[in-house]
Design a protein around this ligand. Structure first.
Ligand code: ATP
Length: 237
């Protein structure tokens, strides 16, 4: 039997007037996989992710997510997808708990109260539940954003640069959360980053995006010892 990929992209292209933000990209992401898009600023990561979320339409090519043709505007993947993109992640004047309740309602959860309390605990937000979102530290705001992304236990989690601006402890925490989700719940994770060392530690698949093109794909585990040592050293700078 054939396994249907969670995400399948073929010949995807996005042009903004004279900029080819995404240039003929094809890739597939399997169920339970952690798939990292690695690239410098401007490589096209955000553009690709926004097309996968159906936020923008491609110029050419196709993208299927959880069986839906998102490139043709099909919306059915939304219910099973959680996402964190470079956008305001919370209502600043609402508290942490109010933000999560609002999102639980948006996701039509049957037992919103239980789920909100559960996710508050999972994301270590218990001490901050009564705080307005605008008063949170960067790390806690990102935790809240992840809590919102995960509130409906999505099958697919899409994260655009989730560790940007976090301190080292926050980076480790998010990594642990993501690898745990993939291993224990079979959640498929698609993440973008400009940090090779960070994505290598997720032990998933790494796709290298450069000037809109997908240059190569590697399994993190197949990176040899020399490469791994080099990666470890370079993060300590
Ligand atoms: P970053 O980490 O800075 O967000 P990225 O890898 O996510 O980088 P994109 O934001 O996808 O890259 O940008 C890819 C290219 O497309 C860049 O050259 C960018 O200037 C261009 N671009 C992105 N959005 C638009 C837009 N709305 N209009 C015109 N050009 C755009």
């Amino acid at each position: 039997s054939t396994v249907t990929p969670i995400t399948e992209v073929s010949g995807l292209t996005k042009r903004y007037s004279d900029v080819l933000a995404i240039d003929d990209v094809s890739l597939s992401v399997q169920a339970g996989q952690i798939y990292a898009l690695l690239g410098l600023n401007g490589a096209g990561k955000t553009t690709l992710i926004r097309m996968l979320l159906g936020m923008i339409a491609p110029t050419k090519g196709a993208a299927r997510v959880l069986g839906a043709d998102v490139s043709a505007g099909q919306r059915s993947a939304w219910a099973r997808t959680g996402y964190l993109v470079e956008a305001p992640a919370a209502y600043p004047e609402l508290t942490v708990r109010e933000n999560l309740h609002l999102y639980a309602r948006l996701r039509h959860l049957k037992q919103p109260h239980l789920r909100v309390e559960d996710i508050i605990e999972r994301l270590a937000l218990t001490p901050y539940t009564g705080r307005r979102a605008r008063t949170l530290s960067m790390g806690n705001l990102q935790r809240l954003a992840l809590a919102k992304a995960l509130i409906h236990s999505p099958d697919l989690l899409i994260l655009d640069e989730p560790v940007n601006g976090l301190d080292p402890a926050g980076v480790v925490e998010i990594r642990t959360l993501l690898t745990g989700l993939a291993r224990e719940h079979g959640t498929t994770v698609l993440i973008s980053s400009h940090l090779l060392a960070e994505v290598a530690r997720l032990n998933g698949r790494i796709a290298i995006l450069h000037q809109g093109r997908l240059l190569a794909e590697h399994d993190a585990t197949s990176l040899d010892q020399h490469r791994r040592r080099h990666i470890t050293v370079s993060t300590r700078d």
